[in-house]
Design a protein around this ligand. Structure first.
Ligand code: F6R
Length: 604
């Protein structure tokens, strides 16, 4: 996810901005840039790839005396990771950096282009600087021009803007993306999208709230709320450890990433939901023309997302769908016909087996699509179309938020197929869109639930194995739950369709066999219940995840329960992630770096 820094003061802006950006490297990025206003003139530098490239480009540059500067590391969401798309973005005499997504950027871009504004990049961010300058050109004063600009943009943002029209000032705004302002005894001002960029520079900081905007000068920090009322700054102290700042107070990156799922799913949905339509601007409108079948292919967790979505493609999109494990597809001499859309799913976009199947499908003349978290990755470059999942970098080796955003995109894409092939009416699509909008709140972690799972975890540290069982779309979720547990706890776990247990695995049933039963009342509850009863009759230990009390459960993890099974899916996903993590923590394992595993598997 992108990072922002800003500086106003008499020290070297360049050094402070670059140091700040290097503290944000852990968030992942594909390009970086800075812009510094000194003695009435801007200097700006951008570079694709690692920060060293930007450091090399700025080697000859420095400032002496007062300057203002802004910097950014970009994780591409709108537009490729190129130098042109890297921030800061320039108008005539102002620069902007932005984290988040401007939902109405297309309509704003149209209006501004009609007014003669020339857009250089493919980003949504560039509208901010042109909008600001178009207000300046109408004769509006800079503070008011910034205020109007922020009130006109919709979506999630943290914005910094510097302008020659007010050369001793940095403007800022925040809504849905973090932004912190800091100061010190020398009255320098600092900005960071995370604590880590500010530690060591500031004595006190202000954690901005949503809908706040304002500006800083050498003598002032001005903040106002949505209604334009001035807000007295509330100062706080910064944490001291940079590593714990990067983990934002969580014990592990995995835990932070589980808690981040609500935000990243919101980002994934942004701009893609109309009132009764799904909007994927990034794919060609004729992608589905002549397509009669979908083949999904992936590895590991991404394979589980593929398998789960196959239920949605057939149920909602009424399109024949098959799912393949990439390492298997490569050598099975598959029948690939050009009426098939070949979809690969990959967090990294680099997994060797998945990439090879993509190339294979292209050679066979199939149309291809990748659902991926990393722009400019090998798969994104190779496929005919790409939909980015916008999860930001995932540091925990065991995938959590990447899976959550894959599922969100796949659900939307199944609806996109339904709307294109008219297998659902606008009314039924509208109902599904309303459900999608609920997902960010469904995946928010309630403290009492987390505490309950932490306490429960102590009962599940031994035994001779775990069976995660579920039916329908809860079967792939059971597979994913089992994978999470084995990856980080090193306990043996398997995922099974509930109805399959009696065809062999039930032979293992005894009190030391732990069954994690996924039992939402919205999906084949009675059927699953009889399967679980068969296990409990053979004395297996049952941990039921359900919104309905179940007398045969040894432990019940009580769900909130929802009106639709897809919302149950996301709720159970979070429960399984937290349960695995708490078991692994009790066993003393390094949850973020499990043994024998790598984040990106680029060998066969
Ligand atoms: C499990 C996990 C792996 C990956 C798999 C594919 O937590 O992360 O199973 O899902 O290695 O990786 P990507 O999605 O990068 O292709």
């Amino acid at each position: 996810m992108c990072g922002i820094v800003g500086y106003l003061g008499n020290h070297s802006s360049k050094s402070i901005l670059l140091d700040g950006l290097s503290e944000l490297e852990y968030r992942g990025y594909d390009s970086a840039g800075i812009a510094v206003l000194h003695d009435g003139e801007f200097s700006y530098f951008k570079a694709v790839g690692k920060l060293e490239n930007l450091i090399r480009k700025t080697a000859e540059f420095d400032t002496n005396g007062f300057s203002v500067g802004i910097g950014h590391t970009r994780w591409a969401t709108h537009g490729k990771p190129t130098e042109i798309n890297a921030h800061p973005h320039l108008g005539n005499s102002s620069y902007v950096v932005h984290n988040g997504i401007i939902e109405n950027y297309q309509s704003l871009k149209k209006q501004l282009t009609a007014k003669g504004k020339n857009f250089l990049s493919q980003t949504d961010t560039e509208v901010i600087v042109h909008l600001f300058e178009s207000h300046l050109e109408e004769g509006v004063a800079p503070v008011e021009a910034f205020r109007q600009t922020i009130h006109e943009i919709e979506g999630a943002y943290a914005v910094l803007l510097v302008t020659k029209s007010k050369p001793d000032t940095i403007f800022f705004a925040k809504n849905g993306s973090p932004m912190i302002v800091g100061t010190n005894e020398s009255d320098e001002k600092f900005f960071g999208s995370s604590d880590a960029a500010l530690i060591g520079n500031c004595s006190q900081v202000i954690y901005l709230e949503d809908s706040q905007l304002g500006y800083v000068t050498p003598t002032k920090i001005y903040i106002e709320n949505e209604s334009g009322e001035s807000i007295a700054p509330t100062f706080a102290h910064l944490p001291e450890s940079k590593l714990s700042a990067q983990k934002e107070g969580f014990r592990f990156f995995m835990e932070k990433e589980i808690y981040e799922q609500s935000t990243v799913i919101s980002d994934t949905l942004l701009g893609r939901l109309g009132s009764d339509t799904i909007i994927f601007d990034e794919i060609e409108p004729n992608l589905l023309e002549g397509i009669r079948e979908i083949k999904l292919c992936a590895c590991g967790t991404s394979y589980h997302a593929a398998l789960a979505s196959s239920y949605l493609f057939e149920r909602l999109g009424k399109i024949r769908t098959s799912v393949e494990i990439a390492s298997e597809l490569r050598y099975k001499e598959p029948l690939l016909t050009p009426d098939t859309l070949f979809i690969v799913i990959s967090q990294s976009g680099e997994t060797a087996d998945t990439l090879e199947t993509l190339k294979m499908a292209k050679r066979a003349g199939l149309r291809t699509l990748v659902i991926c978290n990393v722009d400019n990755s090998s798969m994104v470059r190779e496929a005919d179309g790409a939909i980015l999942t916008r999860a930001g970098i995932e540091k925990g080796v065991a995938s959590t938020k990447a899976f959550a955003t894959q599922m969100t995109v796949l659900w939307m894409f199944a609806l996109y197929v339904a709307q294109t092939n008219k297998t659902m009416t606008p009314d039924t699509i509208r109902e599904q869109i309303a459900l999608l909008r609920e997902v960010p709140s469904v995946v928010k972690v309630p403290q009492d639930l987390h505490e309950r799972l932490r306490r429960l975890s102590k009962r599940y540290l031994h035994g001779h194995g775990f069976f995660f069982i579920g039916r329908d779309i809860f079967f792939p979720l059971a597979l994913e739950g089992a994978l999470k547990l084995k990856e980080i706890s090193y306990l043996h776990a398997e995922g099974y369709p509930s109805g399959e247990m009696k065809h062999g695995p039930i032979a293992l049933a005894d009190p030391e066999l732990f069954t994690i039963a996924l039992m939402p009342s919205n999906m084949l509850y009675e059927k699953t219940k009889s399967n679980v009863e068969e296990l409990s009759a053979r004395d297996a230990t049952i941990c039921a995840i359900s919104d309905t009390p179940f007398e045969n459960a040894d432990d019940l993890i009580q769900m909130v329960g929802h009106t639709h099974y897809m919302l149950d899916f996301f709720e159970i996903m979070v429960i399984l992630q937290l349960l695995s993590m708490e078991i692994a923590i009790r066993l003393g394992n390094d949850v973020d770096m499990p043994r024998n595993l790598a984040k990106s598997v680029t060998v066969e």
